[in-house]
Design a protein around this ligand. Structure first.
Ligand code: SAM
Length: 243
């Protein structure tokens, strides 16, 4: 999986993704990360990439030229190498809200280009010219698209085969089957008087599975009843919810 990030702050992206699990996947070559500094595509003698908004108003707007040139430089390279037109994702609070289903869909792409805005955003004409997907990471406004792009790359990366050491650790997780994951415990068996639930020490796999399912269902009902409405519940699940 190859990630390309168009940004005014490439160092933010590199520093974050080169740690931990994504860092190891980059070292192994399972993931590739290419950051492109939009400023390098400015034709202004002071390397300016923003300007005042037409019509007035607060803040600055990223000019179309550097954004379109930066994006085309990468698109061209990918098209030559893979013969495919890559998707260009603009991080914006106005986009479709990112979720696990979208992460799964995007993890099947070979190349993804992320376009990070800053200030008041990017000139609309540039967006019309290069963007294929508008994606938000939630209903709040951040200062730039860098953190949202990293959130997306992290979630997508862990679905790419080989990125997680233990392949099964992405097998049952929160959001799968429209349920939240059951509680997890590790050693010690007792911590400050609080014990690990007895059933998890029993070695009885069927009982453990039932307990986990019940916890998932109850937790989802409590924290995310909206998800539970979409979950495909068996008769046994319904019984768990009524006990
Ligand atoms: N003026 C824009 C608006 O009202 O829609 C907000 C611009 S925001 C201050 C600057 C940049 O941060 C955006 O261009 C976008 O790239 C990024 N951004 C902010 N909030 C975001 C969110 N919730 N999801 C994805 N990107 C976001």
């Amino acid at each position: 999986m190859n990630f390309y990030v168009l940004t005014l702050f490439p160092e933010m992206i590199r520093q974050c993704l080169s740690a931990s699990i994504t860092g190891r996947a980059l070292e192994k070559g399972i993931l590739q990360l290419d950051t492109v500094d939009i400023r390098d595509f400015s034709e202004n003698k002071h390397n300016r990439v923003d300007d005042y908004p037409y019509g007035g108003g607060a803040g600055m707007v990223m000019a179309p030229g550097p954004v379109v040139r930066a994006c085309r430089s990468i698109q061209g390279k990918i098209e030559i190498e893979s013969q495919k037109v890559p998707r260009v994702i603009y991080l914006t609070p106005q986009g479709k809200v990112f979720d696990q289903t979208m992460a799964e869909e995007l993890s099947k792409e070979e190349n993804l280009i992320f376009l990070c805005g800053h200030y008041e955003g990017i000139d609309e004409r540039a967006l019309e010219m290069v963007v294929t997907d508008n994606v938000s990471i939630g209903d709040y406004v951040l200062t730039g698209g860098e953190l949202p792009s990293m959130v997306m790359m992290d979630a997508i990366s862990r679905l790419v085969p080989g990125v997680l050491n233990n392949e099964t650790s992405a097998e049952f997780e929160t959001f799968q089957d429209n349920l939240l994951e059951y509680p997890q415990y590790t050693r010690p068996e007792e911590f400050e008087g609080k014990k690990v639930p007895e059933v998890l020490l029993s070695g009885h796999h069927a009982r453990i599975e039932d307990w986990r399912r019940e916890q998932s269902l109850k937790r989802t009902r409590e924290n995310r009843p909206d998800m539970l409405e979409k979950a495909a519940l068996t008769e046994k699940d319904k019984k768990f919810l009524h006990t």
